[in-house]
Design a protein. Structure first.
Ligand code: ADP
Ligand code: MG
Length: 158
C-alpha cells in the first residue's frame, strides 16, 4: 500500500477517539485488523460500531466467525477468523453472500487465516501491545490520499 501512518494510543480513550475518526472517514470497504491476542482488535471494532451509532452489545465473533450489524442503514460485518481451521470453511458458511452486500464495511480479525477466501484490504490496521499495559502502537496502511490528509489534520496539525 502507498501510505502508512503510525500513532501511539496511550489508553482506551485514545483508541475510542481513533475509532470515531475511522467511523467518520471510512464509509465502506475491507479492513484488516492485525495484532496478537489482547492487542485491542475487538475493542477498536466495538468503539467503531458505537461511533456509527450502535448501542447494543458487540460480541466477539470468535465462534460464529461473523457478526452482522445494520447501523443506521449501514451494513457492517465483523469477522474473527482466529478459530478457522481451513479457509474453505468460509465458502461453506456462505461468505460470498456477505461479500456481495453492496456498500458494506467488512472488518476482519485474523485475516491471514482466511487466505484467498477473503478480499484484499483497503485499509490495514496493525495494533501492537507495548510494555506499558494500556499503550498501543498502531500502524495504518492504505492507498487513499484523502485519508492521509485527514489523518495529518487530526493527528499532526498543531
Ligand atoms: P483482541 O481482539 O486484539 O484479541 P481485545 O480487544 O479483545 O483484543 O482485548 C484488548 C484488551 O486490552 C481489552 O481488555 C482492553 O480493555 C485492553 N486495553 C488496554 N488498553 C487498550 C488500548 N489502548 N486500546 C485497546 N484496548 C486496550
Ligand atoms: Mg478479538
Amino acid at each position: 500500500m502507498q501510505y502508512s501512518f503510525k500513532l501511539n494510543l496511550t489508553n482506551e480513550q485514545d483508541t475510542q477517539k481513533l475509532a470515531s475518526f475511522l467511523g467518520q472517514h471510512i464509509a465502506q470497504g475491507v479492513i484488516y485488523l492485525i495484532g496478537d491476542l489482547g492487542a485491542g482488535k475487538t475493542t477498536l471494532t466495538r468503539y467503531w460500531l458505537q461511533a456509527l451509532g450502535h448501542t447494543g452489545a458487540v460480541k466477539s465473533p470468535t465462534y460464529t466467525l461473523v457478526e452482522p450489524y445494520t447501523i443506521q442503514k449501514q451494513d457492517v460485518f465483523h469477522f474473527d477468523l482466529y478459530r478457522l481451521n481451513d479457509p474453505y470453511e468460509l465458502e461453506l458458511m456462505g461468505i460470498r453472500d456477505y461479500l456481495d452486500t453492496p456498500n458494506a464495511l467488512f472488518l476482519f480479525e485474523w485475516p491471514s487465516k482466511g487466505a484467498d477466501e477473503i478480499p484484499q484490504a483497503d485499509y490495514v490496521i496493525q495494533i501492537e501491545k507495548m510494555d506499558d499495559e494500556d499503550l498501543r502502537q498502531v500502524t495504518l496502511s492504505f492507498d487513499s490520499i484523502d485519508f492521509q490528509n485527514a489523518l495529518n489534520q487530526e493527528y499532526t496539525a498543531g
